[in-house]
Design a binder for this molecule. Structure first.
Ligand SMILES: Cc1cc2nc3c(=O)[nH]c(=O)nc-3n(C[C@H](O)[C@H](O)[C@H](O)COP(=O)(O)O)c2cc1C
Length: 381
């Protein structure tokens, strides 16, 4: 099992409420990176908004310079970046980070219209397939010049960019829950990533994906994003979820849900169907099975599922998903640095983790320096 954490430029204790966000800057992100680097995490997902916000390549480049072993799973919207430029960026980042790049291909939602992309859901994935065809040739050592004529892309005289450190190229993850997302992952992915669903549904989803991959003779690993609230006692963990809800109000929930409904995302529809769009009186009203809360989608885009409980309980739930076929996990909870430390201390030692890369000692030295500085921003020590 591999566990990734989460890096984002919006953070705070309850970042869906303006009074509980934090100022995030270079020093803050360096501290977050150092924490991830020093622990049992394999790396972090560095997400991107479809519209505005900070760029994940720039964030990752900054953190790569201050870390030794964490991997960077960088989100890429194919419709926002040419495949030849992606190959150049990936080659450069892979070399300068010492082979620590994973690419996360996300095909986004209707919000891409703000960036001038008006492709419909299935077209975005069809475009993504052509895109990866070109990208893999440009970065994978195909002899040039590379010509490609498709429905969306017309490449003439493309130049191979040279050899990345990782062979044949940095792993390609494909995110999404729809059938076309699975098709794209079967055709082009090294890892297929989807948002957590209730265990039985997730297990069926992974089984369907594996069988589709096997029919094409492909072995593709699977990954799942899930939110985690871990405290020493179960009562404390649920109290934290109740507090999360105190910083939400129904009008903000309604506005978020309206935006999500317009987004043409199968994964999002499934996530939203679990909570019905109304803030519950008590957090546990949305506990759909032991330690599984379906209310996170009221607050944020993405999966609604949150695992809630003691370290032992949350570890047991994660191991059930692992047994159902999930190879890699992307976990998160805010504030990201403090919760990364908590999860590293309390949860990771209970999980059957695959070994991490060997430069750990140097990473720990760097992290000790940053953790000392972190006291200044109130990080748990
Ligand atoms: C692991 C994972 C990470 C994602 N990261 C991003 C992201 O950084 N930015 C973004 O706009 N969408 C992100 N998405 C959402 C996808 O772009 C897409 O909207 C979503 O998966 C729905 O696709 P579907 O209709 O195939 O289910 C992510 C999805 C997954 C599964």
């Amino acid at each position: 099992m591999e566990v990734y954490w989460y890096v984002f430029y919006v953070d705070g204790q309850y970042p869906w409420h303006a009074s509980k966000t934090r100022h995030v800057d270079r020093r803050y992100l360096k501290a977050l990176g150092a924490t991830i680097d020093a622990s049992g995490f394999h790396g972090a997902l560095v997400a991107t908004g479809a519209g505005g916000g900070w760029d994940p390549w720039v964030i990752s480049s900054t953190l790569a310079a201050h870390t030794e072993r964490m991997r960077f799973l960088i989100a890429v919207h194919p419709s926002l970046l040419s495949p030849t430029l992606l190959a150049k960026q990936a080659l450069t980042f892979d070399h300068l980070s010492g082979g620590r790049l994973d690419i996360n291909i996300v095909n986004g939602h209707a919000g891409l219209g703000a960036a001038g992309v008006h492709l419909q859901h299935d077209e975005r994935y069809a475009h993504g397939a052509e895109y990866l065809d070109v990208y893999r040739r440009v970065i994978g050592g195909a002899p040039g010049p590379i010509d490609f004529q498709g429905k969306y892309l017309d490449i003439r005289g493309g130049q191979p960019v040279g050899k990345p450190i990782q062979s044949p190229y940095p792993p390609i993850w494909i995110g999404g829950s729809s059938d076309v997302a699975m098709d794209l992952a079967v055709a082009h992915g090294d890892v297929y990533a989807s948002w957590a669903e209730p265990l039985d549904k997730h297990a069926a989803h992974i089984a369907a994906f594996r069988s589709a991959a096997a029919k094409k003779g492909r072995k593709v690993q699977t990954a799942m994003t899930v939110h985690v609230v871990v405290r020493d006692t179960e009562a404390q963990a649920w109290a934290e979820v109740d507090t999360m809800l105190k910083y939400a109000d129904q009008s903000a929930v309604d506005a978020l849900q309206r935006g999500l409904r317009a987004g043409q995302s199968v994964g999002q529809e499934r996530a939203s169907s679990l909570h019905g769009g109304r803030l519950p009186k008590h957090a546990r009203d949305l506990e759909i099975s032991p330690n599984v809360w379906a209310g996170y989608g009221l607050l944020r885009v993405g999966s609604s599922i949150t695992l809630v409980g003691t370290p032992q309980q949350v570890a047991a739930r994660l191991i059930e998903y692992h047994d159902a076929g999930v190879d890699k996990f992307i976990l998160s909870h805010h504030p990201l640095p403090e919760e990364a430390l908590r999860i590293a201390d309390d949860l990771l030692p209970l999980l059957p983790l695959s070994p991490v890369d060997p430069q750990r000692e140097a990473a720990e030295r760097t992290a000790r320096t940053f953790n000392n500085q972190l006291n200044g921003v109130g990080v748990r020590t």
